[in-house]
Design a protein around this ligand. Sequence first.
Ligand code: ATP
Length: 306
Amino acid sequence: LMQISIPLNFIGFLYREVRQGLADIESMFDLLGVPAEIQDKPDAKPLKAVDGNIRFENVKFHYDPERPILKGVDFEVPAGKSVAIVGPSGAGKSTISRLLFRFYDVTGGAVRIDGQDVRDVTQDSVRHAIGMVPQDTVLFNDTIEYNIRYGRPDASAEEVREAAQMAQIHDFIERLPQGYKTEVGERGLKLSGGEKQRVAIARTILKAPPILILDEATSALDTHTEQEIQAALDQVSKNRTTLVIAHRLSTVVNANQIIVLEAGEIAERGTHSELLEADGLYASMWARQREADEAEERLRAAVEHD
Ligand code: ATP
């Protein structure tokens, strides 16, 4: 039994390593904006005058024709407003952000920015107009300063520091022995999930895009970190069209509109209080999250008591 279980474990280990490696390469491409299979039309022009109005018109989408993911999704985010997408795992929330960024083309309907179908304009101009704070930020093996400046390569050292301040990461950086010159990434200082996310927020503040996609981290952050990140996000989303892909509900309470996605369809929409009033899927998700949060609090209190 021993003889066979060791190699199998080892194969499992290799498999996971390889998969992890592939996932990293994928997110690297995303970060660098390298197109997958999407091509510009020969006559594609850049997006014109971006106010930041987003419109999903009866959007249908599948990765695999056998399995529809979005089945006619229709919503609008007026320029400067925020919409949060919530719903069970696998409902298609992150897919919506990928379609807005045009990592894929819709299979029915249309995605428009200021009335312009994203398939008719250059991908470059679409990606220029959108800032993405992803779930898990890829850091370059370089200094933390370089990693923030990536949002706008011609930013001055002063502007990098201002962005870091707004993203609530400046004080942390200043406390590092080498400050902004600290090497980070695989070969340097490893940052926590929350720290990486704040680097991504600082990058986005520098980029100053009219449209923002926030794909929240799925992993639970401690309450203090979560509050800091929320404060940073509030800064960056002020007066910007913001699409929040929310995997937890605590951060969507103030969104102008919440869209509840269930199995690729919009099940409900409204403000937080309207949806609680409606007493449907959102209300039950909210109740469940409250219970989970309270259980976690009790557990934390018990651990601290020991
Ligand atoms: P979660 O809250 O768990 O992140 P989500 O609502 O964001 O979920 P999506 O990431 O949009 O869900 O995925 C929707 C469905 O599409 C899932 O069932 C997923 O397995 C599938 N899917 C996602 N990406 C791909 C892909 N590249 N190829 C094939 N299927 C995919």
